[in-house]
Design a protein. Sequence first.
Lengths: 490, 490
Amino acid sequence: MTAYVELMAYQRETEALAAVSGRLGWDQETVMPRGAAQQRSDEMAALEGILHARRTDPRMVDLLMACEPQGPVQEAQVRDIRRSHARAAKIPARLAQALAQVTSLAQGIWADARRTDDVAAFLPTLAQVIALKREEASALAGAGDLYDALMDDYEPGATAASTGAMFDRMRPRLVALREAVLGAPVPDALVGHFAADAQMVVARDLASAFGYDWTRGRLDLAVHPFSSGSGHDVRITTRVIERDPFNCFYSTVHEVGHGAYEQNIDPDFALTPIGRGVSMGVHESQSRIYENQLGRGRAFTGWLFGRMRDVFGDLSVADADGFYRAVNRVQPGFIRTEADEVHYNLHIMMRFDLERALISGDLGVADLEAAWNDRFASDFGVAVDRPWHGMLQDVHWSVGLFGYFPTYTLGNVYAGCLYKALGDAVPDLDQGLARGDTSAATGWLRERVQQFGALRSPRDTVMHACSGAAPSEGPLLDYLEAKFRDLYRL
Amino acid sequence: MTAYVELMAYQRETEALAAVSGRLGWDQETVMPRGAAQQRSDEMAALEGILHARRTDPRMVDLLMACEPQGPVQEAQVRDIRRSHARAAKIPARLAQALAQVTSLAQGIWADARRTDDVAAFLPTLAQVIALKREEASALAGAGDLYDALMDDYEPGATAASTGAMFDRMRPRLVALREAVLGAPVPDALVGHFAADAQMVVARDLASAFGYDWTRGRLDLAVHPFSSGSGHDVRITTRVIERDPFNCFYSTVHEVGHGAYEQNIDPDFALTPIGRGVSMGVHESQSRIYENQLGRGRAFTGWLFGRMRDVFGDLSVADADGFYRAVNRVQPGFIRTEADEVHYNLHIMMRFDLERALISGDLGVADLEAAWNDRFASDFGVAVDRPWHGMLQDVHWSVGLFGYFPTYTLGNVYAGCLYKALGDAVPDLDQGLARGDTSAATGWLRERVQQFGALRSPRDTVMHACSGAAPSEGPLLDYLEAKFRDLYRL
């Protein structure tokens, strides 16, 4: 047996155990009894201890030294294992376990605090999480930047400086578009009561329409929709608000984008390092292009309009054009996950700045609420009315996901690039979408992006799909301006 | 740190990982997508590899040698760890992983075969499971009996010889009772259509009535109802048949008995070896006394009759006495889990004999169906009409649970002993039960049995509750004869 074969056999078990950890995460956010929180955090810590020990096992070092990968697939596997080993070797086992334990518990504390608008109940836990993440970042960064070290986990190769520079280039055009749109007449919203059961029927139709494979997945409810798992067990979640069916429908399509990415990776890569989405940014590019460029486009919303009338009867908007406008209504709301395409990236830029300050130590948790509310009023022109709508809205910080938020906008940027390339490759895309048939688009994404998993770097993954063009913010901004100037008749 | 403290810290992590494995089992039987079966078997095998390595770790040997347990709790912990280590040390890691992998896959194959009545599709898998279990039994048994070695996993201290002798003593009285009952007029059954949603409302009421703690558990649907987990995450399942609400209700009460046992163990024992039910027999004593002696008694069925009329309106039986007779109707059915109290143990005796022959090699899988059908016709006087109703009905053999079936009858025997002791301790028990208040009974069981977990041996656990009386089949048979002679006016 060659060192490579032995290394991969060992790694395969590690991947299987990591998949188990992911499954426990799904369980915790969908079905776990609330009283199980402490016990679950012990379980997660024990499993993290095992994973950490495997990733730093001396046998791994020997095998990594000895193995001679052949060809791009083997090279990518070894590169990834090396990276994961090097990362784990810098983190003391005690810290890895403490992070697993604290963040598992913190999630429930955050959820309770959010429900009761109780910032004070959350701050001690948040402070604890930040202290551990700073400790982790120091261990990883060496002499480098703390935030970069964290961000690298989610988007290998990205830095705060390059991301911040891109955000600075994007902001003026987004702000100008926002101001133009908000100065125009507001389209009618879809109003009415949409029964939860019926919403779920349509949500399942949407998932099927976007190619979600039900034999290898399921759809459940969660407070904060997410997707989970890879290979043959990729689960998605959504939520239901009976006065706002678009929340459920577009959460579903978004998570189907994530789920389809994982389901469509080359089965030969299953339970290996490259058998998963390459980065959070590329992941988000899939969820976003499914949700926005495809799902919220004029062609597909025409089909959805008909499907909703089948299920709910006459709607408050009379025709497909009014429906398209209602789906894409621009409003400065509090909640990131409900934000329209014009506002969405402004939410991210705000979180990016705040979390960099939390990690650098420039901002303490005691001052976070005021900093959030000030910045929100300044960027969105509205005062935050309650913590649920402000700093308590997102799960991310409670579970230690610092450096994750910017990947959402990176994902939008990648989606912009991919949508341009898709349009060049499939000029009659909208003909299928108007019939609810997404296969030309989802087939192209599967062939050009999804099947490769983490074979290439995030940047190279996007470039490969875009015939060599480097990712940039231009196509996204062009798309947004064209769509909303048309929609708002500017 | 003393060796004992160190040993327990290590063991606590092992217990947490074992709890994770249990949680995956729950997932597999309730929510897992069908396409995930192969991947899940890899995950289970990886986790089993970790558990096996921990149980046989040389550090454990050193710590077991060095530790000096103080008092009965520490002694019980160390005894249990020693036992688990000795067991694991006899099983090669390869075999432990193969068993985890094969039985995880086999469950789905069994479920498919059962659904399609396709014995041939199941036999190769069953042969593989039996071969692995025989290999395991040989490793465990040394020069001893193979079946005893397997049975010891579920009921420490029990042997095939002593169990068989007890079954031989029970059989004549059970057969005589069965013949007498079947010669008497048959009471009216409850007939009608009982909507699934409404059944689940009553099922939840029943679980609450029997003290199930919802903050540390949940109720889901499964093909084959089971309970899962311990401590703060103890989940139960049931099934719904719309023409037969008692199936759902008594499956629920049965699983609540299992679940309450785990939920009521001293919290100080959580994630330790004694923090779980001591044996399958004692476990079954709890589920059975909840289900039968309490749940199917005249007093409690009076309350259930009223509750069902609240939910379903008028019933096909007119009064509480007719309802009590309908609940306890005796019929020679095919399905063990639907069997009445008179027939139930005859189902077990048949499986006990068949599986001993499978493990000894006297019976090959190719001859199992004929052997099953012959024996069923002889014991029950009815010809099996399809494999689903015959050898494919139970999940146990597919997942390698050989030696498990006899613990069901042991559980009934223990339940008979406990019910006698409970009646002596709480003479006015039925007054509460008639109001749907089980607290006198469940409180007594919690105090006398459940809180102790695996502190004492199975036999000593029952003896402790019964003021020192050794378990025997007498009280169960006395109870059955008294109940059914009264019910059938014999």
